[in-house]
Design a protein around this ligand. Structure first.
Ligand code: UD1
Ligand code: UDP
Length: 412
C-alpha cells in the first residue's frame, strides 16, 4: 500500500469552500462523517445532505472505501460530496485488514481536520474502527443507528460486536426506535445521551420511492415481464458463508421445482464468496435471474415491483415493511424485531426446509400473504436526518429553543 493510500486521497478540496462564505467557514463547527459500505452510505446520505444545508456546520465526508463499486453507486445516486477516500478495500479482505487500514488511515485526517465531532453509522468494521480512531484523538462520537442488539455476539458476525463496541465509545446515541433506546438504557447509557430519531434509511427510501422508476436493466426487465410471482433475493452475511448459504440455495431450488412459474430476481453482492456459492448452486436454475448490484433507485423500485422479499440484509428488513412487502429473514437472529412484531417480517433461519415451506405458504396462500403485506412504518417517518441536525445544532449551542426531547447534556 502506498503512503497516499494510507493517508487518504483528498478528493474534493474545492467543494467545501463553495457552499458557504469565508466568515461562515471560519465559525462553523466541523463535523467529520465517515462511512465505508453501501448500507452506511445510503443511511448517511440524508444526514450528510441535511447537515450541509446548514451553514453552521462544516461537513467533512470521509469514505473509508471498505466497499468500492457498491459504495460508488450510492455516492453517485445521492450526489454525495466526498472529501477523503481511504480506498481500503482488498479482494476478499479480512476483518483485520479493514480494521487496521481504517484506523491507521483516518488518524492523520482527524489530526489535520480537528473536527468537533465524528459521526459514524451502524455496525460495520468501518463503524467500529472510525469510532475507535476518534476516541484515540479524544474527539466526541455520535453513533447513528445506535442500540440495535441481538443476544448473540456471533450473530450477525461481526456486526453485533462492532455496534456494541461503537456504543462503548460513543457520546451521542441516535437510536432509530424506542426498542433501541431501551437496549442502550439497559446497558447503562444515560437517558440524556439518547435521542430516538427513526431510521435514516426511511428518509432515503421515502425520497427515492417518490421518484419515477428508472429504466430497468435488460435482465431485470425480462424477469419482471415473466408471468407468475416474483421473489427478490439478497444474501451476503459472513455468518452464512458455506453451509447456510448452500441451504438457502437449496430452498430456492425446491420452491422453483414446486412452483415453476415463480421467478427469483437476485442482485448478487460483489463478495466473491457469495457469488461463487450461488452461481454454482443456482446457475442452471432457469427461474433464477442474477443481476449485478443495482443502483439504489432501481433497487427501491424493484422492491416495489416484486411480491415477496427473502433476505439476510439489515437495511432491506427495514425498507420492505414500509413498502408493504412481506419479508422472510434468512437469519437465526435479528436486531430488528419491530417488523416481526408488526407481522410484515418472519424470521426463518437458514434451514432449507423451513425457508421453502414458508415461501411456498406465502406464494400459495392468499390469506397468509395478505396478513404480511400490510404497509407499516415501525422504523421511521422519513424525518430522522432533520431531527439529528436539529439536535446537533442544540448540542453546539446554536439553537435557541430547546425541544423537550433534546435533554442530552451539551458535550462541546
Ligand atoms: C460488509 C459489512 C456488513 C454489511 C455489508 C453490506 C463488515 C464486516 N461487513 O460486508 O456489515 O452488511 O458490507 O453489504 O463490515 N466487494 C467488492 N466490491 C464492493 C464491495 C465488496 O468487490 O463494492 C468484495 C471484495 O472482495 C471484499 C468483499 O466483497 O473484500 C467483502 O467486503 P466486506 O466489506 O469485507 O464485507 P461484506 O460482506 O461486504
Ligand atoms: N441495495 C441496493 N442495491 C442492491 C441491493 C441492496 O441499493 O442491489 C440497498 C438496499 O435497498 C438497502 C441496502 O442496500 O438499503 C442494504 O445493503 P446490504 O444488504 O448490502 O447491507 P445490510 O443492510 O445488510 O448491512
Amino acid at each position: 500500500m502506498s503512503s497516499a493510500e494510507i493517508t487518504g486521497d483528498r478528493v474534493n478540496p474545492a467543494d467545501r469552500a463553495t457552499h458557504r462564505s469565508a466568515g461562515e467557514q471560519a465559525s462553523a463547527r466541523t463535523i467529520f462523517i465517515t462511512f465505508g459500505t453501501r448500507p452506511e452510505a445510503i443511511k448517511m446520505a440524508p444526514v450528510v445532505l441535511e447537515l450541509r444545508r446548514r451553514a453552521v456546520f462544516n461537513v467533512v465526508t470521509c469514505l473509508t472505501g471498505q466497499h468500492r463499486e457498491m459504495l460508488d453507486q450510492v455516492v453517485e445516486a445521492f450526489a454525495l460530496p466526498v472529501d477523503y477516500d481511504l480506498k481500503v478495500m482488498r479482494e476478499q479482505q479480512t476483518l483485520g485488514h479493514v480494521t487496521s487500514a481504517v484506523l491507521k488511515s483516518i488518524d492523520p485526517l482527524l489530526e489535520a481536520e480537528r473536527p468537533n465531532l465524528v459521526i459514524v453509522h451502524g455496525d460495520t468494521t468501518t463503524t467500529f474502527a472510525a469510532a475507535l480512531a476518534a476516541f484515540y484523538r479524544m474527539i466526541p462520537v455520535a453513533h447513528v443507528e445506535a442500540g440495535l442488539r441481538t443476544d448473540n455476539v456471533y450473530s450477525p458476525y461481526p456486526e453485533e460486536m462492532n455496534r456494541r463496541l461503537a456504543d462503548r465509545v460513543a457520546d451521542i446515541f441516535y437510536a432509530p426506535t424506542p426498542a433501541a433506546r431501551e437496549a442502550l438504557l439497559w446497558e447503562g447509557v444515560a437517558r440524556g445521551k439518547i435521542l430516538v430519531t427513526g431510521n435514516t434509511v426511511i428518509d432515503a427510501l421515502v425520497a427515492t420511492a417518490a421518484t419515477p422508476a428508472p429504466p430497468w436493466e435488460p435482465r431485470v426487465a425480462a424477469a419482471l415481464g415473466r408471468s407468475g410471482p416474483k421473489v427478490l433475493v439478497t444474501v451476503h452475511r459472513r455468518e452464512s458463508w458455506g453451509a447456510p448459504m448452500e441451504r438457502v440455495a437449496l430452498a430456492i431450488k425446491r420452491v422453483s421445482e414446486a412452483l415453476p412459474e415463480t421467478t427469483f430476481i437476485f442482485p448478487i453482492h460483489l463478495n466473491p464468496v457469495v457469488r461463487k456459492t450461488f452461481r454454482e448452486a443456482l446457475g442452471q436454475v432457469t427461474q433464477v435471474v442474477f443481476s449485478e448490484p443495482l443502483a439504489y433507485q432501481a433497487f427501491v423500485h424493484l422492491m416495489k415491483a416484486v411480491d415477496v422479499v427473502i433476505t439476510d440484509s439489515g437495511g432491506i428488513q427495514e425498507e420492505a415493511p414500509t413498502l408493504g412487502k412481506p419479508v422472510l429473514v434468512m437469519r437465526d437472529t435479528t436486531e430488528r424485531p419491530e417488523g416481526i412484531e408488526a407481522g410484515t417480517a418472519k424470521l426463518v433461519g437458514t434451514n432449507d426446509e423451513v425457508i421453502a415451506r414458508e415461501l411456498l405458504l406465502l406464494l400459495t396462500d392468499k390469506r397468509e400473504f395478505a396478513k404480511m403485506a400490510a404497509a407499516i412504518n415501525p422504523y421511521g417517518d422519513g424525518h430522522a436526518a432533520t431531527r439529528i441536525a436539529d439536535h446537533l445544532e442544540h448540542q453546539f449551542g446554536l439553537r435557541e429553543k430547546t425541544p423537550e426531547e433534546f435533554s442530552t447534556a451539551p458535550f462541546c
